[in-house]
Design a protein around this ligand. Structure first.
Ligand code: MRU
Length: 343
């Protein structure tokens, strides 16, 4: 295990708390424009989560926690105290912003616990900062744990964006790839486009380019063919929610990558902080899968590309069975079947 040069491999932040507002790099505009959106209310944060200004399970949780702080600042009394009753509407609005990533609900539950019936706004602010700080520490640790599984000279394939932009920094699956590359273990990196929204094309390819890690973007539909050529030994992905038996909700397309990986003898790794593990779910069967608007499929770059009248079905996550997953890496260790307890 070598020390990772984070100045080289972790250059951008998705979320920046100013003390009176939450600055978010607008991920809808990257990589062509770097525009920061400042949210001054919990409602603005909920909208930013819903419309993907900020995205990626850990980053969503962190943003929501700061959203609670903004609501608390708006409702505090002269002594700087805030009550649960006054924050309930904001907590509910934030919880309704996206359904699949459990980090959102985990972060809101943590803020609720600290709040109790009533607490000082400064205590809530410290809790949100702790959530962000702990995520970064967890992610750096799991980066090194995951990298230890990769044989030198390996090729890796990743899906969606799981990097600095999706987390407090460095990244989950991308953190493992970064750590493994820094240790000289990774010879080839491939990343998918991740249609329809293009998290891979727009965000992951850009993060890897900024790091100077040589990588190739592939069409989502090229993945099985890539595996057949023998160029990749690991598929490495993040997660939005992991059930006790290892079933993993992640960006749509993850499931078919896992099937193709098993068929070709390619190993499959899921990397996520323990805040993504939902111990209340024995299996992935009841994980709510977000459906998003038709526009994501009907348009490319804001231009309509499908004929008027075309119907769509746009689930943006799927659930990969734990049986197709070789390792789940969290900051608490490397977990293999039966993962976090039998179903
Ligand atoms: O719809 P998104 O972009 O929020 O989906 C993101 C993913 O599916 C990521 O793989 C997951 O959140 C893990 S990010 C570290």
């Amino acid at each position: 295990m070598t020390d990772v040069d984070y100045a080289r491999y972790d250059r951008i932040r998705a979320v920046h708390w100013t003390g009176a507002g939450l600055s978010l790099i607008d991920q809808r505009l990257l990589p062509m424009q770097q525009v920061w959106v400042v949210c001054e209310t919990a409602s603005a944060v909920a909208t930013a989560i819903q419309n993907l200004t900020v995205r990626g399970a850990p980053a969503i949780g962190i943003a929501a926690a700061y959203g609670v702080v903004l609501a608390a600042q708006a409702h505090q009394d002269a002594a700087g105290l805030v009550s649960i009753a006054s924050l309930e509407p904001a907590l509910q609005e934030l919880a309704a912003s996206r359904p699949t990533a459990v980090n959102l609900f985990w972060a809101l539950a943590r803020m609720r616990r600290v709040l109790g019936e009533r607490c000082a706004v400064s205590v809530l602010e410290q809790e949100a900062q702790a959530i962000e700080r702990e995520d970064l520490a967890a992610i750096r640790h799991m980066g090194q744990l995951g990298a230890s599984l990769i044989e030198p000279g390996s090729g890796v394939l990743t899906h969606c964006n799981t990097g600095s932009l999706a987390t407090a920094g460095f990244g989950t699956a991308l953190g493992v790839i970064r750590a493994a590359y820094a240790e000289g273990r990774v010879a080839r990196v491939f990343n998918t486009e991740t249609r329809p929204w293009g998290q891979g094309t727009r965000l992951t390819a850009w993060e890897l380019l900024e790091d100077g890690i040589p990588a190739k973007l592939i069409a989502d539909s090229a993945a099985a063919h890539l595996m057949k050529t023998g160029q990749v030994q690991w598929v490495i992905v993040g997660a939005d929610r992991i059930a006790r038996n290892g079933d993993t909700a992640n960006k749509i397309g993850t499931y078919q990558l896992a099937i193709a990986a098993r068929h070709h003898g390619v190993k499959f790794m899921v990397v996520a902080p323990s805040s993504t593990v939902d111990l209340s779910m024995p299996t992935g069967d009841h994980i709510e899968i977000e459906l998003r608007e038709a526009r994501e499929l009907l348009e490319a770059g804001g231009q309509r590309i499908a004929a008027e009248g075309v119907q769509t079905w746009n689930p943006v996550f799927d659930v990969t069975p734990g049986s197709l997953i070789d390792a789940v890496v969290t900051e608490q260790g490397i977990f293999r079947a039966p993962f976090f307890g039998a179903a």
